[in-house]
Design a binder for this molecule. Structure first.
Ligand SMILES: Cc1ncc(COP(=O)(O)O)c(C=O)c1O
Length: 372
């Protein structure tokens, strides 16, 4: 990684792709069309941050459909620029920043653990898809809806995983009404779920998808990937920017993709997820305060609730565990609307020993806190 960055920095750091094209940008786009193809013809645009990728995905969807409405979900996090913040759900992230972008509509995320009640998963998904169709009567006409944007595994939302049947339902509804389906893969992309993109676990292809974070191993780079005819709808001048797809960041992303291939990190993500899930399942048996163990691949999480009730989040317990782990050198991030979820975002190059050490600290502190 460092070598790739140094080598590119020694050649040239900046030309602005709008002015002079350069090889690392083209190479990275070609690579992305191969690893996350959107049908037969895929095109890619590179930018610098996740929020910027979301902004551009929305602009492209609007231009392609000539419609304005965007449908998003509760629990969603799409960034902190004005449109992406408007799409973000959690109020704490938005305090004092409005007014927000218009033509944003929101439905409850199909969170089976929290809202499933006595329904089977199938029944729950049917009801949620019915709710979506009803929204076309009482919220926004499908003929005004440019796109539906969703994280298949919500990141900040607490690693809630979209049910398979719901994703299939979204795809067929979008096909029926010519609505663009956008998957935000900024947190879930690049091996975190055992695939290049989490949607590859579902066998459902989006029209547009967005990537950042792991794509550049920490360097500022993000991508909008889409079906070519949709991407081509963007009029000249409406997308772009001084720093889009910076050459040094492109080199970092190319090196990252090579490293993921060489070290088989997609498989590694699946393995880390299995080890973590097994451990969490064991801890859950000892701690009734753990209401849910969930995730996809290495994106694993545990949710703390009171009285075994999915609707009584226990943020206090969650925070005390995070603090206790921090005091022992284990840095954890909370997640979820109520901050009652611990999510695991370990590096995928973590050694077995270090993973074991981290999980052991976490297990000991959870058990201590739950028995307090
Ligand atoms: C799913 C998702 N979308 C968008 C973003 C925004 O990315 P960035 O912080 O690079 O703007 C994030 C960041 O956490 C994210 O998790």
């Amino acid at each position: 990684m460092v070598e790739a960055i140094q080598e590119q920095a020694a050649k040239y750091i900046h030309t602005s792709f709008n002015v002079v094209t350069y090889e690392p940008y083209i190479q990275l786009c070609e690579e992305l069309t191969e690893i996350v193809p959107h049908g037969d013809n895929t095109k890619v645009m590179l930018v610098s941050t996740g929020a910027e990728a979301v902004e551009n995905a929305i602009k492209i969807a609007r231009q392609a459909t000539k419609r304005q409405g965007i449908l998003c979900f509760t629990g969603a996090f799409h960034g902190r620029t004005m449109m992406s913040m408007s799409l973000t759900s959690k109020v704490d992230y938005k305090i004092g920043c409005g007014p927000f972008a218009p033509e944003v509509y929101r439905l409850p995320f199909p969170n089976y653990y929290r809202y499933g009640g006595d329904n089977t998963l199938d029944q729950f998904v049917d009801l949620e898809l019915k709710r979506l169709r009803e929204a076309f009567k009482n919220m926004i006409a499908p003929s005004n809806l440019a796109a539906i944007i969703i994280e298949l595994v919500q990141g900040e939302g607490g690693f809630t995983v979209t049910p398979q049947k719901y994703v299939e339902g979204l795809r067929s509804i979008c096909d029926e009404y010519d609505i663009i389906l956008i998957f935000d893969e900024i947190q879930s992309g690049f091996s975190r779920t055992g695939q290049w993109a989490s949607w590859q676990n579902y066998n459902v292809t989006p029209d547009i998808s967005t990537y950042a974070k792991s794509l550049g191993s920490g360097m500022p780079i993000a991508a909008i990937v889409g079906k070519a005819d949709i991407m081509d709808a963007a009029a000249p001048g409406t997308i772009g920017g001084t720093y889009i797809g910076n050459p040094v960041s492109c080199a970092a992303a190319l090196a990252t993709i090579q490293l993921i291939k060489d070290q088989n990190l997609n498989e590694r993500g699946t393995y880390i997820g299995k080890v973590t899930r097994n451990r969490f399942d064991c801890i859950q048996k000892k701690c009734p305060q753990i209401g849910d163990v969930r995730g996809l691949g290495a994106m694993m999480a545990i949710e703390f609730v009171k009285n075994n009730d999915p609707r009584q989040p226990d943020a206090e317990l969650c925070t005390s565990i995070i603090k206790a782990c921090y005091n022992r050198g284990l840095i954890l991030l909370s997640a979820g609307t109520y901050k009652n979820v611990i999510r695991i975002l370990s590096p995928l190059v973590i050694s077995d020993e270090l993973l074991e050490k981290g999980l052991t600290i976490l297990e000991e502190e959870i058990i201590k806190a739950c028995n307090n």
